[in-house]
Design a binder for this molecule. Structure first.
Ligand code: 4LM
Length: 393
């Protein structure tokens, strides 16, 4: 393991690859041949190390898992074929009928949907709270809870949750209650949640890990004991949400440049947020790097920089927000985030459309809210595009 993040992201765990290949080969195989029946039985019994079948493990995917575990300074990582694969497989590994989840009210729309619409079908309930309100959180956990779940920065409002304060409060009430954070917006380059007391961190690796808008993938990281269960139950048996070796290769390529891309995303987002905060057609800017953001002090404590995501409310609400996004030329109107290109979307009608109007209001997702994933273009060009779109309002 290397001391500096940049070096660890570039140099492979475990050294050289076959034939001196600089990059890990793509082991595009579903299955692995045993020497004999005795060897096959031993592998199945866990008495001999070695590959069996790519739903269980694959060398290219395994290297990626080891690399991401090292980046998060976690004991292990399990890769999935999507971020939602990571979320659902991890949650279903640990939740049973009759269990209760306590979750923050601001979540990615499909995660919210899973908890509020799908889990009840299996007898799993969710109490939604504001994890910034520690008293409300403690009261909800004290009523009985198997797992606490939140995002920080949260999608799409950029709410910052104090990871250490939440982990300590929850574990004090119930040491067995799992604290799970979705670390997609921060990445381990900005925040390492396991150091701050959470049990499991999740990622949509579709976003910054890939960085190029060409892969759908997810990750779970945590202790060996927890990840063994996630791998053997949530991935192998429940969801079968297996990452393909080719997508693992693309992710290994993407994460070589994660550190320098994140620096540029953070720099661009800060400049864009500063510009927006001075614009008279903007009601509010949500970016943790602004001193006016309610989570600024906590963000300074738990993030190395403030990330590449910015949200803001356009004055005049939904009609003007939609006219604004329709007028952008450089920024692409698309969901997803963390790509090289700047992406813009309207959360209330797109990523968070699964929330009812009332739920959106409670979570602070207004019709005027616009979300920007600041890309790697020159920040002045992004600002110029925003300016021409505002001028048309
Ligand atoms: C989006 N997000 O917001 P896959 N966790 C977080 C996310 O933002 C997402 C996922 C998990 C968006 C997708 C369209 C915080 C996704 C789910 O899309 O399944 O890799 O990740 O624009």
């Amino acid at each position: 393991m290397y001391e500096h993040f940049e070096t660890g992201a570039l140099h492979d765990v475990g050294g050289k690859h076959p034939h001196g290949s600089l990059n890990m080969p793509i082991y595009q195989t579903s299955t692995f041949v045993f020497d004999n029946a005795a060897q096959g039985s031993k592998r199945f019994a866990g008495e001999e190390a070695g590959y069996i079948y790519s739903r269980l493990a694959n060398p290219t995917v395994r290297l990626l898992e080891e690399k991401i575990a090292a980046m998060e300074q976690a004991e292990d990582c399990v890769a999935f074929s999507s971020g939602m694969g990571a979320v659902s497989a991890t949650l279903l590994t640990f939740l049973s009928q009759g269990d209760c989840v306590v979750a923050d009210s601001v979540l990615y729309g499909c995660t919210f949907s899973l908890m509020s619409h799908v889990f009840p079908r299996f007898g799993i309930s969710t109490r939604f709270v504001d994890c910034c309100d520690l008293e409300a959180l403690k009261a909800a956990v004290a009523q009985g809870c198997r797992l606490v779940y939140f995002e920080t920065p949260a999608n799409p409002t950029m709410k910052i949750v104090d990871i250490m304060a939440v982990s300590e409060a929850v574990h004090e009430i119930n040491p067995d209650c799992l604290v799970v954070v979705d670390n997609t917006f921060a990445t381990p380059f900005l925040t390492r949640p396991l150091h701050l007391g959470v049990d499991i961190a999740l990622h949509s690796a579709t976003k910054y890990f890939s960085g190029h808008g060409d892969v759908i993938a997810g990750m779970a990281v945590g202790s060996q004991a927890l990840m063994d269960q996630v791998r053997n139950v949530g991935r192998k048996d429940i969801t079968g949400s297996v990452l393909s070796p080719h997508d693992a290769f693309l992710l290994l390529r993407g994460i070589k440049t994660l550190a320098c891309r994140m620096q540029a995303h953070c720099e661009g987002a800060q400049q864009v947020a500063n510009y927006l905060s001075r614009h008279d057609k903007v009601e509010t800017v949500y970016f943790p790097g602004l001193p006016t953001h309610p989570g600024h002090a906590v963000a300074k404590k738990q993030m190395n920089r403030f990330g590449g995501m910015v949200a803001f409310e356009v004055k005049g609400g939904e009609p003007l927000a939609k006219r604004f996004v329709d007028s952008l030329k450089l920024c692409s109107l698309a969901v997803s985030l963390g790509d090289a290109e700047t992406l813009v979307e309207h959360p209330a009608s797109m990523t968070h459309a699964a929330y009812t109007k009332m739920e959106q209001e409670a979570a602070g997702i207004s019709g005027g809210l616009v979300r920007l994933s600041v890309g790697l273009e020159h920040p002045e060009d992004i600002i110029e595009d925003l300016k021409q779109a505002f001028d048309l309002l």
